[in-house]
Design a protein around this ligand. Structure first.
Ligand code: CP
Ligand code: NVA
Length: 318
């Protein structure tokens, strides 16, 4: 076991963290175990400084509460420091190329976290940088969120393999990362979206291929009742993501039958858990009764962003 873990630790060093599909099942499980271990250390008040003297640059071109605070606190707890870089204030916002930015930042920093719109920008940044780059959310994916979510499910249910997650709502960045991770980790996934709001077709294909290796299943359809049947986990997200504010009204109409409410959750397993990446809009994608009910674990998810991202940073930046 020790030798296997050393091998996994070595394979993760210096890597970028852009998409969950880039990692093997063993690597994802290793990161989840590491997150749980770092959480224990922190709760016990143990000092652990594997990133002493290191700096993480954090570029934000979109708003954030959880990602910003958990990365900044996380790097500090690992002995390093975080540097908040607003997209508007960087020369990047005035037309400096991504390549030049990546090269220059690599001379000062030990890692870069970026939250932006186009996923391509993160890929280009990673290509130009000589230090690890972490995807803190793009229009396409949100891998840090999904890793923290799998940690949360594992802590509550004691396993991941064989569980069923139902995702009801928009085929967006969050569900893309959940799909990729679930297929690797052996969780069944059933997704229901309105027509025209399906998850990305390429990601669906890629995920289907990965389910063959892990023995899990993927259902992508339009009926929330079918998706939620016998689910262990119910997950939803906002109907209009950052950058889609102008579509709010038309989305409210399109998603009207996709609200996670008391009637719908009756079809899931009795001991289902409700999850949401937050921020949430109570009364839209989910009712207050469900999100604030006893089976909701939204704040455990939010807390685990800290521990999961510490695991990512410790693994790739050490
Ligand atoms: N879930 C999440 O990424 O939250 P923030 O947008 O607040 O970072
Ligand atoms: N899908 C949401 C997630 C926010 C954390 C968005 O992109 O705005």
């Amino acid at each position: 076991m020790q030798a296997v873990n050393e091998e996994l630790a070595l394979s993760l060093k210096g890597r970028d963290f852009l998409m969950l599909v880039d990692f093997t099942k063993d690597e994802l499980q290793y990161l989840i175990e590491l997150a749980i271990d770092l959480k224990k250390k922190q709760k016990a008040g143990e000092t652990y400084h594997p990133l002493k003297g290191k700096t993480l640059g954090m570029i934000f071109e979109k708003s954030s509460t959880r990602t910003r605070v958990s990365f900044e606190v996380g790097i500090y707890q690992l002995g390093g420091q975080g540097l908040f870089l607003s997209g508007n204030d960087l020369q990047l916002g005035r037309g400096e190329t991504i390549w030049d930015t990546a090269q220059v930042l690599s001379r000062y920093l030990d890692g870069i976290m970026i939250r932006t719109f186009a996923h391509r920008k993160v890929v280009e940044l990673a290509r130009g940088a000589t230090i690890p780059v972490i995807n803190g959310l793009t229009d396409l994916s949100h891998p840090c969120q999904a890793l923290a979510d799998f940690q949360t499910i594992y802590e509550h249910k004691g396993r991941l393999e064989g569980l069923k997650m139902a995702y009801i709502g928009d085929g967006n960045n969050v569900v893309h990362s959940l799909m990729m991770g679930a297929a690797k980790l052996g969780m069944h996934m059933a997704i229901a979206t309105p027509k025209g709001y399906e998850p990305d077709a390429d990601i669906v294909e890629q995920t289907k291929a990965n389910t063959l290796d892990s023995g899990s299943t993927l259902y992508v359809g339009y009926d929330p009742k079918v998706a939620i049947a016998d689910a262990d986990i119910i997950y939803t997200d906002v109907w209009a993501s950052m950058g889609q504010e102008a579509e709010q009204k038309e989305r409210e109409l399109a998603f009207a039958d996709y609200q996670v409410n008391d009637e719908l959750v009756k079809l899931a397993k009795k001991d289902y858990l409700f999850m949401h990446c937050l921020p949430a809009h109570r009364g839209e994608e989910v009712t207050e009764s469900v999100i604030d009910g006893d089976q909701s674990i939204i704040f455990d998810q939010a807390e685990n962003r800290l521990h999961a991202q510490k695991a990512i940073m410790a693994a790739i930046m050490s």
